[in-house]
Design a protein around this ligand. Structure first.
Ligand code: XMP
Length: 509
C-alpha cells in the first residue's frame, strides 16, 4: 500500500485514484498520522498532498516529524513538498506572486523519477509559497521560469518533491511521474487488480457470513447492483434483496430493476410497492428539506418491515464507497473533519439491528464500475447516471402531484432516449428533466395554452462537488424540446439550465 497524507488538498482523492490506476493500492490518511501507526501499516511509499495552508502559517497542518526517519520513500506535492523540505532543513518563503495555472517545466537532471518523460513538459501550478533555498542535502531536478525548484530530490534518501501537481490532467505525463514514483522508487509491483479484489472480498464475505442470510437493498443504481452481484457470487441463495418502489422512480424503472435482477441473480427478491404510502405522506408538502425527510423516514419504515419478514437475516449489505468513508470522517486513519454533511436519503440507521457488510468501502466510483463489468453486469447499468435517493421528488418542484410526476416521467424518458441516440449519454455525468410548479402562456394551433414549464439539466463533472452545464448541441436541444412539447400533454415550454455548481447545485431542490 501507498499512503497519501491529506493536508486538506482538493486533490488528495485524485492522487489516490492515479496511484490505483497503476494497480497499486492506495489509501488516504490524516496528515498527522503517527509514525508508530505508519510503521504498523508498513507502506511501500508515502505521498504528502498539497493543501491550502502556508507552512509557516498559524495552525498549519504538520506531520509527525518522526515519519521522516522511517526510511520509507516519500513524495511531497506542493504544500507536501514544502513540508518535506522544511523538515529536512530547507528554506520555504512566500512566493513574490501566486502562481496558478499551466507553465512549462524543464528537467535538467536525469533521474529514474523522470523516466519516460520528455525534458520539457507542461505542468499545473497552484501555490503561493515555494521552496526558495535548498540545503545541500537536496538537488534540483527540474525548474520553471519562476520556480527554480519545481522538482527536487534528496541526495541520500528516496525522497522527492514536486511544486506542481502531477495528479491533475493539466499536467502532461503526470500519471507517468506518479507511476515512476510508485513503481521505480517505491518498488511496488502493481498487482492490485479488481479481479483479485473480487476474489478476496468473496472469501472474506463467506467467512464472515457463514450460513446466515444477508439482506441487500437494491435501488437500481450502480453501487447497490454491484454489491448485490458480488454477494450473489459469494453467497448464492443466502442473499435476499429488497427493492422499494417509492412511486418516485423514472419511467419503467421498477420493471427494469426486476428484469435486471431476474437476468443476473436468481435469488430471493422482494419488491415492495409503497408508492401510495410515499405519495400520501408527501401530499401537500412543498418544502424541499421536509420532502427529503418524509421520504427518508417512510423508506426506513417500509424497509424495516420487509426486512423483518425475512427469516435468519443477520447482515445488511450497503454500497458505501471510499469517498463517503473519507468525507464522513468514518475512516479511523482518514482526515478528521467532516467535509460534507451527508444528504444520502436511503441510508439506513444502525438501530435496524443488522451487522453491516460494505464490500465497496475501499473503492472509488470508477473502480466500482470496473468491478460491475467484471461481475458480468450490463454496460447500460454500469454506466448509469446517478439518481438521487428521493428520486423525482426533488425534480418535481414544490408540491408533488400525480399529474406532474407523470409529465416529468414522460419528458425525462424522452431526454434520456435522445441523449443516448446522439451518443452523448456517457459524455455527460448526469442529465434529467425538472418540472416547475408554475404555468406559462403558449399558443398551440389557434388556441391559447397555459401549461407547465419543463427544465432540462445536463452536467459534466468529475466528482459531483463542482459541475459545469453541458454544452449540448443546439440541434439536440431542439429535438428534445420539440418532442417534449409535441408529445407530453401539459407542457408548452422547455428551458435549458445553464448554471454551474457552484453557485447552483446539480439538482434543483
Ligand atoms: P447536488 O444537487 O447537491 O447533487 O449538487 C450532487 C449529487 O448528489 C445527488 N443528490 C442526492 N443523492 N439523496 C441522494 O441520494 C439526495 O437527497 C440527493 N441530493 C442530491 C445528485 O443527484 C447529484 O448526483
Amino acid at each position: 500500500v501507498v499512503l497519501v497524507f491529506d493536508f486538506g488538498s482538493q486533490t488528495a482523492q485524485l492522487i489516490a485514484r492515479r496511484v490505483r490506476e497503476q494497480n497499486v493500492f492506495c489509501q488516504i490518511v490524516r496528515h498527522d498520522l503517527s509514525a508508530d501507526r505508519v510503521k504498523e501499516i508498513n507502506p511501500k511509499g508515502i505521498i504528502l498532498s498539497g493543501g491550502p495552508a502556508s507552512v509557516y502559517g498559524e495552525g498549519a497542518p504538520q506531520p509527525d516529524p518522526a515519519i521522516f526517519d522511517l526510511d520509507i520513500p516519500m513524495l511531497g506535492i506542493c504544500y507536501g513538498m514544502q513540508v518535506l523540505c522544511k523538515y529536512l532543513g530547507s528554506d520555504v518563503t512566500p512566493g513574490t506572486s501566486r502562481e496558478f495555472g499551466r507553465t512549462t517545466c524543464r528537467v535538467h537532471e536525469p533521474n529514474q523519477f523522470f523516466a519516460k518523460i520528455p525534458e520539457e513538459l507542461t505542468v499545473w501550478m497552484s501555490h503561493g509559497d515555494q521552496v526558495n533555498q535548498l540545503n545541500e542535502q537536496f538537488i534540483s531536478l527540474a525548474a520553471t521560469s519562476s520556480c527554480p525548484y519545481a522538482a527536487v530530490k534528496h541526495r541520500q534518501r528516496p525522497t522527492f518533491g514536486l511544486q506542481f501537481h502531477p495528479e491533475v490532467t493539466h499536467t502532461e505525463h503526470g500519471g507517468q511521474l506518479l507511476a515512476n514514483f510508485v513503481r521505480r522508487v517505491c518498488g511496488c509491483q502493481g498487482t492490485w487488480k479488481i479481479s483479485s479484489l473480487i476474489d478476496r472480498e468473496i472469501t472474506s464475505i463467506r467467512e464472515r457470513v457463514g450460513k446466515s442470510r444477508v439482506i441487500c437493498g437494491l435501488s437500481g443504481g450502480v453501487d447497490s447492483s454491484v454489491v448485490a452481484a458480488l454477494l450473489y457470487r459469494a453467497l448464492g441463495s443466502q442473499l435476499s434483496c429488497i427493492f422499494v418502489d417509492n412511486g418516485l422512480l423514472r419511467k419503467g424503472e421498477s420493471d427494469s430493476v426486476r428484469n435486471q435482477f431476474q437476468d443476473h441473480f436468481k435469488t430471493d427478491l422482494h419488491v415492495v410497492d409503497a408508492s401510495k404510502l410515499f405519495l400520501d405522506q408527501l401530499a401537500g408538502e412543498s418544502d424541499p428539506q421536509k420532502k427529503r425527510k418524509i421520504i427518508g423516514k417512510v423508506f426506513i419504515d417500509v424497509f424495516r418491515k420487509e426486512a423483518e419478514s425475512i427469516d435468519d437475516a443477520r447482515f445488511l449489505a450497503q454500497g458505501t464507497l471510499y469517498p463517503d468513508v473519507i468525507e464522513s470522517g468514518a475512516n479511523a486513519d482518514g482526515p478528521a473533519e467532516t467535509i460534507k454533511s451527508h444528504h444520502n436519503v436511503g441510508g439506513l440507521p444502525e438501530e435496524l439491528g443488522f451487522e453491516l457488510i460494505e464490500p465497496l468501502r475501499d473503492l472509488f466510483k470508477d473502480e466500482v464500475r470496473k468491478m460491475g463489468l467484471e461481475l458480468g453486469l450490463p454496460e447500460q447499468l454500469v454506466w448509469r447516471h446517478p439518481f438521487p435517493g428521493p428520486g423525482l421528488a426533488v425534480r418535481c418542484l414544490g408540491e408533488i402531484l400525480p399529474d406532474r410526476l407523470e409529465i416529468l416521467r414522460e419528458a425525462d424518458a424522452i431526454l434520456l432516449e435522445e441523449l443516448r441516440n446522439a451518443g452523448l449519454y456517457r459524455k455527460v455525468q448526469q442529465a434529467f428533466a425538472v418540472i416547475l410548479p408554475i404555468q406559462t402562456v403558449g399558443v398551440m394551433g389557434d388556441g391559447r395554452t397555459y401549461e407547465y414549464v419543463l427544465a432540462i439539466r445536463a452536467v459534466t463533472t468529475d466528482d459531483f462537488m463542482t459541475a459545469d452545464w453541458a454544452q449540448l448541441p443546439h440541434e439536440l436541444l431542439q429535438t428534445i424540446s420539440t418532442r417534449i412539447t409535441n408529445s407530453v400533454r401539459g407542457v408548452n415550454r422547455v428551458v435549458y439550465d445553464i448554471s454551474s455548481k457552484p453557485p447552483s447545485t446539480i439538482e434543483w431542490e
